[in-house]
Design a protein around this ligand. Sequence first.
Ligand code: PBG
Length: 324
Amino acid sequence: MQLPRRNRILRRSASIRSMVAETVLRPADFIAPLFIDEGENTASPILSMPGYYRRSLDLTVREVKELYGMGIRSVLLFIKCKDELKDNTGKEAWNRNGLMQRSVKAIKDAVPEMLVMTDVALDPYSSYGHDGIVKDGEIVNDETVEALVKMSVSHAAAGADFVAPSDMMDGRIGAIRSGLEEEGFTQTGIMSYSAKYASCFYGPFRDALDSAPGFGDKKTYQMDTANRVEAIKETLMDVEEGADIVMVKPALAYLDIIREVKNAVEIPVSAYQVSGEYAMIKAAAQQGWLNEEKAIIETLTSIKRAGADLIATYFAREAVKLIN
Ligand code: PBG
């Protein structure tokens, strides 16, 4: 055969492949989610997330130091709220002395260069396990937004670099932006979970925080898996309202959405490789059915190739080790 083009030339060796690789993962691409609990010197394993822990604040600070030393530049904080502090207003969420607020302060004091992002939604604080306030069986929008603004301002006051609203209420990005401006927090960013789908892949996360909805599901606020155009609508509205970074979540089942969002906006796009995505890889690897290290790199590379500039992933630590 005489061929004018032989594509395999560029795949011939590891050196050539690395020279022409279009997508390269870097430690600073990753956002490490952290689960924080009350107490001291405790690390509780999460059954449905093998190898992942809910840590007390002292151990979390130690973890953040290590992550920073490895090259990771951002963490996303979630806290486990005590049952007796949960109610339908979610008011513990904006307690200036709450676990989240204390955690932000402690981490910023210990590692000032680490970017601290905070989850903004009422579910860990809600006696119903919903992201908003419940009235007559419905998750009410506008009152919830008021609560989210108070919550965001309290995170900014504690020193958060970015607040990350994950609740999917209407109008919350604009309201949070105005709330931050009014209180003089002109340097606090907003990473909006703009296209967050009502997904079964959040199951293990809800185990980690004991935050599963007490009734119904989240389909009246999180998006329907079937929809693509709606993701663009949601995202463009969040950009208009003042989001600095937008997010698609989950990641692997929504790579098409990540690409379309990336093409539609002129700000950084993040994607969240969620707890269920982590659990699937871990479970198959534990059975000996998948090579865990290869699955981590393949999925993260695919998510970045799809268009994610940043990736929140429970594999952040492993991924950095693997790419170094
Ligand atoms: C809270 C929140 C959830 C996740 C991030 N923030 C759970 C949910 O919406 O039910 C999921 C993260 C994961 O599964 O890793 N609103």
